[in-house]
Design a binder for this molecule. Structure first.
Ligand code: ZN
Length: 165
């Protein structure tokens, strides 16, 4: 990286300046202009998910937040399906990035010309998002209950130790 001159006209990532090896930046998940072409869009989505599977949870969160999103209906619907495993708290939990990406996909889907299949999918994913946020809240409450129990246990131990003297 560094020298800007040269005959190479390889496109650079507008996120980090790295040269695109293919359609999606391997560091920030942004897509090259080529990926905007419908002929390449599906390939870019595949590439994005290969990168996502390969990287660490920290990098996953960033990729999920900033990464490539298709524009065509079929590819957006597939992007939502491929994203679902990342909304499972028990298996993979890259943090709020997955929910943010689903919200972005929903916004794009909602902007398309409506049809029955699309409306059904949107309603379904909205519910999925609500369920995700609900489970997030309940795990927060669970955390508070756990903390409260620990604090009580500590107080009990202090009383017990104090009663020994
Ligand atoms: Zn980049």
């Amino acid at each position: 990286m560094g020298s800007s001159a040269g005959p190479t006209s390889r496109e650079r990532c507008r996120g980090c300046g790295a040269e695109f090896k293919d359609l999606v930046c391997e560091y920030c998940g942004l897509a090259s202009r080529k990926a905007e072409d419908p002929a390449f869009e599906h390939a870019a989505l595949d590439e994005f998910h290969i990168l996502l599977r390969r990287c660490e949870p920290d990098a996953q969160a960033k990729l999920l937040r900033d990464g490539f999103l298709p524009a065509l209906e079929a590819n957006l619907l597939e992007a939502a399906v491929l994203l679902l495993p990342y909304l499972e708290k028990d298996t993979m939990d890259p943090g709020p990035g997955a929910a943010q990406r689903l919200e972005a996909i929903l916004a794009k889907l909602s902007a398309l010309t409506p049809n029955d299949n699309l409306q059904r999918a949107i309603a379904n994913y909205r519910e999925r998002l609500v369920a995700y946020h609900r489970s997030e809240r309940s795990s927060l409450i669970g955390g508070f209950v756990m903390f409260g129990a620990l604090a009580l246990g500590l107080v009990a131990v202090i009383y017990w130790v104090a009663s020994l003297f």
